[in-house]
Write a protein that binds this ligand. Sequence first.
Ligand code: R2B
Ligand code: URA
Length: 347
Amino acid sequence: MFRASEKNSAPECDCDYILTGEGLEPHYQNCSTVWRKHYGSSSPKNPDGTFRLRNEHLSKLNQDVLYHLGLDNENYDLPKMFGDVKFVCMGGTKYRMKEFAKYIAKSLAIPCEDFVNMTKHSHRYAMYKVGPVLSVNHGIGIPSMTILLQEVIKLLSYAKAKDPIIFRIGTSGGLNISPGSVVISSWGLNGTLEKSYDIPVLGKIRKIPSHFDKRLSEELLSIASEEKDFSTYIGGTMAADDFYRGQARLDGPFCDYTEEDKMAFIKTLVELGVKNIEMEATAFAAMTREAGLRSADVCVTLVNRLEEDQVTPSKSKLLEWQERPMLVIAKYISLYVKKYNKPAKND
Ligand code: R2B
Ligand code: URA
């Protein structure tokens, strides 16, 4: 996968910690030292923080069209447009991600009047850039999210962005916690209760481990715990391929199991340490890790699935709750920018 000479470069800790203190995981999962220990090869990260794509076929392309983003690396100066990106924040809806762009502009005091959708020619997703932050929507479910994520990973590599951190802010159903609580995922669990993202490749199922960066999650928990208006938990997240039967709901158009079957399944999830159910965590953890990038999934819960299936809070309550993951991520980004003194400006 990598050139032989790269295998000899001495690994050094290249963690850019946000918080320090007792009891935290010693390194980020994509620290070059950790990478070498686990994978036995040099990290995809270059010494300057830019990162290589782990696909040799790409070097044969004259140009790479990032079809769903409406961009390519021939006709667009990606390093100029995106080279300063340090954070990518992804979420389901275009509306939420525009709101996040506005929110982060305010938090970082970046004057920004119009928020331009940089992918508007593709008509698929919406992407906004505010200083070092990209805010982009990914739609619902793993296939929609992974198409966007893979093109964003290529974009960041071509742009020579340095060690970017990718966050997902989302909604979910909570397990045994009050609606409005926030969950930071430590791992994703698939529909057959394995900690992996399963994808058929060339006719065979590939299983890719779906653990999130422990250090990053712990730092986020520490920041979120300062918030007194809501509780934040760290735990497992089940990523379902469906909102109804796939999440053991009784209120879909089809249901061939009993309420007792549903409750027994939900209780099994609780016993496994699952705190919430959404529809992307496994693939998000797996692909970011495979790329050698740090990521975290931070979701608000809209319903306690031990009590209800329907999402009944008022529209204003739902909007208020959806700001909670934004608040946690914006605080993290603000701390980072302050600590590393990254220029907070919009180009
Ligand atoms: C949470 O909410 C969406 C479904 O309503 C899905 O994208 C998810 O993960
Ligand atoms: N999103 C989900 O996927 N499930 C829920 O229960 C709520 C939001």
